[in-house]
Design a protein around this ligand. Structure first.
Ligand SMILES: Cc1cc2nc3c(=O)[nH]c(=O)nc-3n(C[C@H](O)[C@H](O)[C@H](O)COP(=O)(O)OP(=O)(O)OC[C@H]3O[C@@H](n4cnc5c(N)ncnc54)[C@H](O)[C@@H]3O)c2cc1C
Length: 375
């Protein structure tokens, strides 16, 4: 049986960028990515489901090795200016994905779901869903944003991020619940597909370029963050995040669609799903044949997920927002590294974003380089 140096669990943007970073840093490292899905499949499915055309992040945030690699790739591959939106030159999804495919290489891929981790001398054992076992010195959990979030009263509603979600044929009047970028993009997509669409939000559309304070990309916010005790960082993360906001293009498109009544709009606090639609806290009922949540992800790990099991099995500590207490090497336990949003207490508010993948890749590549030099 192969004893891996690194097993990366999850082949999304984070896992695949980390795998590529480690492979570049330590060419001899025995590494594999474990994921039942092909590379970036979950990312692509979610982007398609909500109708995303441009990334929200700038063209500096990509999955290539060099800082300027997306710009160079776009030029060489003949992508014109329509693939770079606005001041931050936000890449089109098509450009981002083609560049990623060109840059990420082809690490060994184990097309299985990892079920459980156990400790072993000098590393970890990874049980797979088919009963097989892999062993590695180090494991990286890059298993993504978790399960779709369903507010109380909506436990049985469809969610745009359900893996089997389909918009289907026009027909039933559709209520879309959620005032953030996913809800707005998805309302536009549903209306374009000919559905009678009502967008239900708690607040008016709020404009912001990014989903967290960009100040954390530089030393002005980073320095106080890294110097703060972990308990204080939880509040700093909450203050820095801007959930429920829309970048200018989506803000412009949805407000135009609301003004032209291509999308109906209701403001209110959703109370619960009923057989005839959505009941609001103030007693109003919005009639609908279909109610679709666009409410993001639950941030506490699902107890039935690999991360949730690891938290329970190894007594890993979490803050109230579902971030793990990890060290500067992103380790929650020796040799068990965490990527994505759960790593925010080290990687800042953008831990779950593409920038977070780049930050995690840098940290883990340094460990791999050091280990290779010491071997
Ligand atoms: C619609 C949308 C748009 C976004 N746009 C941007 C943007 O413009 N800019 C930005 O910076 N960020 C953006 N984000 C945030 C973030 O970059 C994405 O969510 C990104 O896909 C996260 O990558 P990931 O690798 O963490 O997760 P995922 O893409 O979900 O990948 C995780 C992988 O782990 C696998 N997995 C899970 N559990 C197991 C297991 N037990 N065993 C094996 N494999 C497992 C899954 O199958 C999946 O393939 C966006 C998010 C969404 C939802």
């Amino acid at each position: 049986m192969t004893e891996y140096d690194w097993l990366i669990i999850g082949g999304g943007p984070h896992g695949r960028f980390i795998a590529a970073s480690i492979a570049r840093a330590a060419r001899e490292a025995r590494l594999a990515v474990v994921d039942p899905l092909p590379a970036l499949a979950a990312w692509r499915a979610r982007a398609a489901a909500c109708g995303m055309r441009y990334l929200r992040s700038s063209n500096a945030h990509h999955l290539g090795a060099r800082a300027d690699s997306l710009r160079r790739f776009a030029r060489a591959a003949g992508y014109d200016g329509t693939h770079a939106l606005g001041y931050y030159r936000r890449p089109s999804l098509a450009l981002f994905d083609e560049h990623a495919a060109a840059e990420l290489g082809a690490p060994a891929h184990v097309p299985r779901r990892a079920h459980r981790l156990t400790r072993r001398h000098g590393g970890w054992r990874v049980e797979l869903d088919d009963g097989d076992t892999l062993t590695a010195r180090r494991v990286v959990l890059a298993t993504g944003p978790g399960r779709p979030y369903r507010p109380a009263g909506f436990e049985h509603a469809e969610h745009v991020f359900d893996p089997d979600f389909e918009l289907g044929d026009p027909g039933a009047a559709t209520v879309i619940v959620g005032g953030g970028i996913t809800g707005a993009q998805f309302a536009l997509r549903a209306a374009e597909a000919g559905r009678r669409t009502c967008w239900l939000t708690r607040h008016r559309p709020v404009r912001a370029d990014f989903d967290s304070d960009p100040c954390y990309a530089g030393p002005r916010c980073l320095a106080p963050f890294v110097n703060a005790p972990p308990a204080r960082r939880t509040q700093m993360l909450a203050d820095a995040r801007l959930p429920g906001t829309l970048p200018p293009d989506i803000h412009g498109a949805i407000t135009a669609a609301l003004a032209a009544r291509r999308v109906a709009w209701r403001r209110g606090e959703p109370e619960r799903l009923t057989p005839s639609g959505v009941l609001l806290a103030d007693g109003r009922l919005i009639h609908a044949g279909r109610v679709i949540l666009a409410t993001g992800f639950a941030h506490r790990p699902d107890p039935n997920s690999l991360l949730g099991r690891a938290v329970a099995d190894f007594d890993l500590a979490l803050d109230p927002a579902g971030h793990l207490y990890i060290d500067a090497e992103l380790a929650a336990a020796p040799g068990l590294h965490i990527a994505g949003r759960p790593a925010s207490l080290q990687l800042r508010p953008m831990a779950g974003n593409i920038k977070g993948a780049r930050l995690a890749g840098r940290v883990l590549a340094a460990i791999a380089r050091h280990a290779a030099a010491a071997a």
